[in-house]
Every structure is written in C-alpha cells, then in structure tokens.
Design a protein around this ligand. Sequence first.
Ligand SMILES: NC(=O)C1=CN([C@@H]2O[C@H](COP(=O)(O)OP(=O)(O)OC[C@H]3O[C@@H](n4cnc5c(N)ncnc54)[C@H](OP(=O)(O)O)[C@@H]3O)[C@@H](O)[C@H]2O)C=CC1
Ligand SMILES: O=C(O)C1=N[C@H](C(=O)O)C[C@H](O)C1
Length: 271
Amino acid sequence: MSHLRIVISGAGGRMGRALIRAISETEDLALVGALEYSGSSHLGEDAGIMSGLRANGVTVESDVAPTLNGADVVVDFSSPSASVRLAERLAEAGIAHVIGTTGFSNEDNAAIAAAARRTPIVKSGNMSLGVNLLAALTRRVAATLDESFDIEIVEMHHNRKVDAPSGTALLLGEAAARGRGRHLDECSERGRDGVTGARKPGAIGFASLRGGSVVGEHVVIFAGQAERIELVHKAEDRMIFARGALAAARWVKGREPGLYSMADVLGLSDF
Ligand SMILES: NC(=O)C1=CN([C@@H]2O[C@H](COP(=O)(O)OP(=O)(O)OC[C@H]3O[C@@H](n4cnc5c(N)ncnc54)[C@H](OP(=O)(O)O)[C@@H]3O)[C@@H](O)[C@H]2O)C=CC1
Ligand SMILES: O=C(O)C1=N[C@H](C(=O)O)C[C@H](O)C1
C-alpha cells in the first residue's frame, strides 16, 4: 500500500506530539518529516522518542526545504507567524496544508487565503467532529431564534494557551453570526471590563477562562427572557483534534487549490 506522506510542523508541541502518536496508529499514513523552529530544544531528536514512542528514524529539523521533499501534506499546529510563512512556502511548492494553529490576525488570514489560491488548504480552529457539529447546530439555533436571545460564548482552556478568544470560540461565533445573516466583525463583543454600559442588542459576547490542564471546553449560550439554551462541547483528549487533522490530510490530498474548512471535510457544510 502506498502511504500518504505527512510532515508535522510544531512537532515538539502538545499537538505535534499527539499527531505523531496518531500517525503511528494508522496503516495508511507515514510520518516523513518533523519541523520545529530554529531555537527549539527538540532539534535533532527522534520524533518517535520525543512523542513517547519507539524511535521512528524521523529527526526533528528546522530546515524547511529538505524536510518538505517528498511530502504530500503538511499538518501544522505551530504559531500564527510560522503558519503564515509556511503557507507561502507550501503554495510555492504546491504541497497541501492542514492548519490547526489559532490566533491569526486579519492580515494573517488574508495571507493564508492568498496562499490557498495556489494550493489546497484546510484551516479550522477546531478539528474535532464534535465541535464542527456544534457549530452547525449553533448556526441553526441562531437562525431560529430572534435577537431577543442574547448569544454569549464561554471557553475554558489550560494555563499554557496563549491566544484568546480560542479559535473554536471564534468559529462558533462566526456560525452564530452567519445564522443571523451577519458578519462576526460587526457584532462581536470581547474583553468586557469596567462600566461597559448595557449589553448591545444583537451582540455576540465572548468570555475566556484559563486554568490547569483543561483540554478545551466551549459553551454557546442563548439567553432569553426566562429561558436559556446552552450548547456544550468538552474535549477530554487532544487525540480528537489529531485524528480530525489527519482525516483532513487524507481529504485534502489531490484537491483543487482553495481554502477549505472542517465542515467541508466532514460533509457538514449544508447541515
Ligand atoms: N485546530 C485545532 O483543533 C487545535 C488547535 N490548536 C492550536 O494549535 C497551536 C499549537 O497548540 P499546542 O500544540 O497546544 O501548542 P504548543 O505551544 O505546545 O506547540 C506549538 C509548537 O510549535 C512550535 N513552533 C513555534 N514556532 C515554530 C516554527 N517556526 N516552526 C515550527 N514549529 C514552531 C513551538 O515551539 P516552542 O514551544 O519551542 O516555541 C511548539 O513546539 C495553537 O495555536 C493552538 O491553539 C490546539 C489544539 C487543537
Ligand atoms: O490551544 C489549545 O489547546 C486549543 N486550541 C484550539 C482553540 O483555540 O480553540 C482548539 C482546542 O480548543 C484546544
């Protein structure tokens, strides 16, 4: 059987190591490269040993060009600046890119969209089936209820997370805004503090909690007069993201250039 050849970027991180373990559980995927940044303490390590497995002969490197040689898909959970640079490199090389990194600016998103004109990219703030189903449900509930229901999105993550609101919270906020026929940029309310004044009708609010080892929890609240609907997802293991990202890698290989989402991969776009 010929294997789909995968390079992991951000290989030494929590997600990078989960991905290397997830690849080792498959029969159709082969890890052919492991990228880290040039100052990483993981450079030169065996990627298998780094991930708690047996040695697999793949050394963690920072040199992008030779690592990409022979790759079909790069699965990337690193940092926004690293992912944008890599998207440009992969667009030049015509190699498919799965981006799980979060925390992008509008300029970063525009650069990734430009790269996707030359190579297929799947990008999602959350690669799990559960969250993408939750997003589809959120869109439908938001489309059903009028603006007398206030939408608030609460997320909690571990104390090492560096961006807020989480990529997932923004994905859910975008789904809610779309359900109401709006753009999130027009109606999001973030970082409330002090005398904020009353809540704006139609706003979509965000609150971020950080602590301990929480893998990722999200609640979409529709708060009406005398009743409240809550849609909840709790991630218990990073392997749900890793397996989702590998499903995206299988799906994206051989696609036309374009910017795709996990809803496309999972067939949830019309749900
Ligand atoms: N879409 C999804 O389903 C999910 C997305 N994420 C997102 O993925 C990203 C990574 O998360 P997580 O693994 O927890 O974070 P970590 O900080 O554990 O991992 C990120 C890794 O990327 C490395 N890195 C930094 N710069 C580069 C570079 N230029 N090239 C290659 N590697 C680089 C970091 O090195 P160093 O630590 O030495 O700086 C680190 O090892 C975050 O943005 C997170 O929000 C996380 C889980 C699920
Ligand atoms: O940084 C994390 O850990 C996670 N990041 C993603 C996000 O920002 O939503 C996905 C998941 O919740 C874990």
